[in-house]
Structures are given as C-alpha cells and as structure tokens.
Design a protein around this ligand. Structure first.
Ligand SMILES: *[C@@H]1O[C@H](CO)[C@@H](O)[C@H](O)[C@H]1NC(C)=O
Length: 323
C-alpha cells in the first residue's frame, strides 16, 4: 500500500491535456544487461509462490481434518497471495521477453484495481486470523459458539468486499485525472502511487483518500492483531505445563511470523524511506508486498505447523501412489 502524502509529488503541467492511451512500464532497471537475471529471478519466485500456495489450498480442501476456521482463513490468504502475484509478475515477465514496455490504459487501470484488492484483502485477512487465534486461546470454551460457520464466512467475505469497495473508490478517483503526455512509469506494474505522480492535475483528493483509507486499513487489523497477542501471551503464560505452553505458542507462531514480515515491510519501506531514491523505495515496497510476502506465506505455515505438514505429506503420498 502506498499511502503517505509526502511520497507523492505533484506535477502541475497544465499545458498539454491529451489523454494517454497507453503507459510505458520501465521495469526495474533501465539498462538491458540485468534483464535476463531479472526474468529468471521473478519467474522463479512466481513459480514458487503459485506452487506453494496452490499446495496449501489443495491440502486444506482435501483434508477434512483441516476444515476449521483457521485453515479456511489460511486458504483464503493463499488464494489472495496467488492472485496478487499473478496480477503483476506475468505481465512483467512478458514485457521483458518481448522487449516491449507498453501496457494499455485499460489494462493499467485494471492491474491497479486488482493490486489494491489483493493487498488490502491480505491485510484484512491477517486481522481475521488474529481474531480467530484470540478466540481460540483466550475463550477456548466459547470457540465453537463464537466461530459459527456463518460468522466465519462473513469474516472472509468482509475483507474481499471491503477491498473491492476501496479499490473501486481509488479507481473512480484516478480515472478522473488527466495524464497529458506523461505516460512513463518507473515501475514494474501499474501501482496507484506512481500513477498519481504521473498525473498533470491536482491529486490532493486522491492523496487524501489514499492516506485515510490506507492508514485505517493498516491500523485496524494491526490493532486487532496487537490486542489478540497481548491476550494470547497472557493466557499462554498462565499455562503451567511447558508442553502446553509450547503447543499454544506454536499454533500462533506461524501467524505471528507472517504478521511481523508484513508489518516489518510496511515500517521498513514507508516509515524509513530512503530520501535519495524515492522511486526505488516504491519499487522495493511493491516487490515485498506483491512478490516476497505471498511467496513466504506457504513456507512459514507449512514448515512451522505440524497439521499442515501432515496434510501436505498425505497429499504428496497420495499423488505419488496414484501415478
Ligand atoms: C475462504 O473461507 C471460506 C469460509 O471461511 C471458505 O468457505 C472458502 O472455501 C475459503 N476459500 C478458499 C479459497 O479456500
């Protein structure tokens, strides 16, 4: 998410008010020599992400033992991760291969819309998952009454619905903007912040909406996660057996790792932006949100979680025995 106001410098060229019909995506480097390396690197990350998250979705949907709220939320997260990376990386890889840098206006706006949808959904799902762990550990006796199937569906529908409303708001505001003859994005996909920078009219309303919505989308799940963990840690410390303590920590450990990765990225990129290359900060942030975090999620969950490991092993064994 790119929200801080200071990152968006306004272009005030009021002269040439023609509308761009396409945008140019410069990608990562201007030089040609890194392109092959970049292609291999991003293709690798893309495949790892799709296979890893795909296995998680498959393992969860095939193993009825994992049809609990926590794993259904996780499957939703994996789905958002696959979608997020598929929205930006394949087009980037294609542009490297064909040595073309253009993207049509419509594709660019569509890509921007979905990049907002998936990052916001990811963020809100982390909040949902924190709430789930909070109920499981702090109110274990009420878990089945509090986490009714209908309520769980609501908890997954809200992130998807809200993220689409937010993306629609940003998109409707963005398409009002004229781009004059500025159509070159120093980025590897159509992201909102670089697009706003490109506009030749006043973008103050867009920035304000971006700031308020972006901040609340980050702060609300973060507060939820924070309070869940305060309660969880207090509950865990009250458990007298070491084994019980370890079990409680290990069920939350994977979630906490993802959260730290996600918010660590936000803090690192947006609260300590490098003042010398603000464009690079945008790109690094985008890579972390749309590529690295989605890629890491399956590793964090499947390597740290015994049930997940068991389900994956079952899945792989049944596949290899049926071949
Ligand atoms: C997302 O969660 C809902 C309800 O919690 C579940 O029915 C659905 O199957 C999940 N989606 C995926 C892709 O697993």
């Amino acid at each position: 998410m790119q929200f801080p106001l200071y990152k968006i410098s306004r272009n005030m060229h009021q002269g040439n008010r023609t509308t761009s019909t396409e945008f140019i995506l410069l990608g990562f480097f201007r030089q040609d020599d890194h392109q092959n390396l970049l292609f291999v690197l991003f293709l690798g990350m893309y495949l790892v992400t799709v296979v890893g998250n795909g296995l998680i979705i498959l393992a969860i949907s095939l193993d009825t033992y994992l049809h609990t709220p926590m794993y259904l939320f996780l499957a939703n997260l994996s789905f958002a991760d696959i979608s997020s990376i598929s929205n930006s990386v394949p087009k980037m890889l294609m542009n490297i291969q064909t040595k073309s840098q253009s993207i049509s206006y419509e594709s660019c706006i569509t890509q921007m819309y979905f990049s907002i949808v998936f990052v916001v959904t990811d963020n809100l799902l982390l909040g949902t998952m924190a709430y789930d762990r909070f109920v499981a550990i702090c109110h274990p006796l009420n878990y089945s009454t509090l986490m009714q199937p209908k309520f769980c569906i609501l908890l997954t529908v809200i992130p998807w619905l809200l993220s689409n409303i937010i993306a629609l708001t940003h998109t409707l505001l963005l398409i009002q903007l004229p781009f004059c003859d500025h159509n070159t994005l120093s980025h590897f996909f159509c992201d909102l912040a670089p697009l706003l920078k490109l506009s030749c009219s006043d973008t103050i309303i867009n920035e304000l909406v971006l700031f308020i919505v972006g901040l609340s989308v980050i702060i609300v799940p973060f507060a939820l996660i924070f309070f869940s963990y305060v309660c969880i840690i207090r509950a865990v410390l009250r458990i007298s057996s070491t084994q019980g303590k370890w079990k409680a920590f290990s069920t939350c450990g994977s979630h906490l790792t993802v959260v730290l990765l996600f918010y660590g990225t936000i803090v690192g990129v947006y609260f300590f932006p490098s003042s010398t290359h603000p464009e690079d900060t945008d790109k690094i942030g985008a890579v972390l949100f749309t590529v690295v975090t989605p890629m890491m999620n399956p590793f964090i969950y499947s390597l740290r979680n015994k049930d997940m490991k068991g389900a994956l092993r079952k899945l792989i064994n049944s596949k290899s025995s049926s071949l």
